[in-house]
Design a protein around this ligand. Structure first.
Ligand code: G4P
Length: 528
């Protein structure tokens, strides 16, 4: 049991769209031996609109709604790589996935530096103290200066860095990296289309061959930078990495397989195996507890429209999972038999017979499950709830099919119970439908799609102007609040009647904050 736990690494890749997440995922699979040739994951991405068994909406938009879990083995370690949906499909799922991992790889496009989605995702990692490994990608193209990139991570994200390796030139001249830990230079060779692992040779930094292959000025620059890093005497502190306070940085090119294996090896060496999860009594549940437990971090409906099923994804937190185990949903104390559990590789499902802490199991069920539910063979175990994150888009949904009023109400109620979107009530507003909140437009689209598909109801969206929402740490009397909010925002309540404020933009939020420093605002909250 312990050796199975210790050999697991559960991680996610965070990045801004186009930084190279799909490419790096594919290359990790190539180095992990799960793919013989690179090209198939990206090919799939392009072919999506021809895939027939995928949800209609997904086909139409050519994006992936499902949070897939990829498993691969590398040097006898089992990697569970959880996808964090990005792009227009940015949604609460993206954040929730991060509550189910023990580490993250943050990809930065070397030409662009830190972009806005990287920042948003990093903030969630920071809040959860998730160790973050940085991979600065696309060094085969002209990039910003490596020192500038490191500085951006430190200044914009407020994350201390330790460059584990350092790039030797960039763009057309990108040759390889200098591994500062073992003081070796890795020179890579390009392969056609990056299909195969990149052949490499190892050299010492003062090897004449390196000098010969570079312009004198480029070589001197490189040596100067390496010396400068040494002089800075940055401390490689593994505890700080595991606390999420220090990020090991790797440079490379995912498309060309440069530096990918060094990243994988480094991640393996410096990341942590699964960590115990906190229960609602505040205690950490040992991973090798004598019973199975897991928590639900994602629920996906209609993955396969032929079967209209619902797939519940849970991360195993203790004990060994075996197929057909009888377990309880600790929230409603109902017993369930997990007979159709699956491990998921992309969109292919394989039946999973056993799983250990760190693994993700997916099972098809119509039983009552909610995000954050605990599944366990011990009915009394309940994990700490997954936080709710402040939505950034708000809308009212209106029923266009007036004759279908009942179906509309019923459908909306069911789908809201599935946590597809969050709901709010504005103060002094008497609309019969709640205000809906989401992190991305996709959440609204999924709601509309399912209302049409499952309840035959056509709807329209009325997008509201707010882009920021905050919970109040402590209640404020509504008349007082109204005065405080004048010109800056509006107030309301969430589904648990907790007070919330809505603002149109950051400037208004900051103005409110400055004027009312005694009011504590929260951008995420747990349900109890
Ligand atoms: P994402 O999942 O983060 O959105 O990014 P994805 O991997 O799809 O990569 C976005 C684009 O960046 C792709 O180009 C991909 O080939 C390219 N890319 C990824 N890694 C590297 C790299 O190391 N160097 C360079 N030069 N490009 C890289 P595309 O034009 O959108 O698609 P494709 O035709 O190249 O597949």
């Amino acid at each position: 049991m312990n050796s199975e736990i210790l050999r697991r690494r559960t991680l996610a890749i965070i990045s801004h769209p186009d930084a190279g997440k799909t490419t790096l995922t594919e290359k990790l699979l190539l180095y992990g031996g799960a793919l013989d040739l690179a090209g198939s994951v990206t090919a799939k991405k392009k072919q999506r609109d021809t895939a027939s068994d995928w949800m209609e909406l997904e086909k139409k938009r050519g994006i992936s709604i499902s949070s897939t879990v990829l498993q691969f083995e590398y040097k006898n370690y089992r990697f569970n790589l959880l996808d964090t949906p990005g792009h227009k499909d940015f949604s609460e799922d993206t954040y929730r996935v991060l509550t189910a991992v023990d580490g993250a790889i943050m990809i930065i496009d070397g030409a662009k530096g830190i972009e806005n989605q990287t920042l948003k995702l990093y903030e969630v990692c920071k809040k959860h103290k998730i160790p973050v490994f940085t991979f600065i990608n696309k060094f085969d193209r002209p990039t910003k200066m490596p020192l500038t990139l490191i500085d951006e991570v430190e200044q914009i994200l407020g994350l201390k860095t330790y460059p584990v390796n350092w790039p030797i030139e960039n763009g057309y001249y990108f040759k390889g990296v200098y591994d500062r830990m073992v003081k070796e230079v890795h020179l890579f060779e390009r392969t056609s289309g990056g299909t195969y692992r990149a052949p490499f040779s190892v050299h010492s930094i003062d090897d004449n061959e390196i000098k010969k292959m570079m312009h004198e000025e480029a070589y001197n620059n490189f040596i100067e930078e390496v010396d400068l890093l040494e002089e800075l005497q940055l401390e490689f502190d593994r505890d700080k990495i595991l606390q999420g306070e220090l990020s090991p940085v790797y440079f490379g090119s995912a498309a060309n397989n440069f530096g990918v294996e060094l990243l994988l090896k480094g991640f393996l060496e410096h990341s942590s195996p699964p960590t115990p999860r906190r229960t609602n009594t505040g205690q950490l549940l040992p991973l090798n507890a004598p019973f199975f437990s897991a928590f639900v971090f994602k629920i996906q409906t209609n993955m396969d429209p032929m079967h209209r099923d619902r797939m519940v994804f849970a991360r195993v937190c203790s004990g060994k999972f075996e197929r057909d185990t009888k377990v309880f949903n600790s929230r409603n104390k109902k017993e369930i038999r997990l007979s159709s559990s699956h491990s998921v590789f992309g969109k292919e499902r394989k039946t999973a017979d056993e799983a250990y802490p760190g693994d993700v199991i997916g099972f098809i069920t119509n039983a009552d499950f909610k995000i954050g539910d605990t599944i366990s063979s011990d009915i009394n175990i309940i994990f700490e709830k997954i936080p709710r994150f402040a939505p950034e888009m708000f809308a009212y949904i209106n029923n266009s099919s007036t004759s279908k009023y009942k179906a509309f109400r019923k459908g909306l109620e069911h789908l809201i119970a599935e946590d597809i979107v969050q709901t709010f009530q504005l103060d002094n507003n008497f609309k019969s439908v709640p205000l809906l909140g989401a992190l991305g437009l996709l959440q609204f689209e999924v709601l509309q799609y399912r209302l049409r598909d499952e309840y035959a109801v056509e709807t329209t969206l009325e997008i509201m102007p707010w882009t920021l929402m905050r919970w109040l740490e402590n209640p404020v009397e509504s008349e007082i609040l109204k005065k405080k909010l004048i010109y800056s925002g509006v107030s309301g309540t969430d589904y648990l009647k907790r007070q919330v404020l809505f603002f149109e933009n950051k400037w208004r939020l900051e103005t409110f904050r400055e004027k009312n420093q005694e009011v504590e605002l929260l951008d995420s909250i747990t349900d109890y």
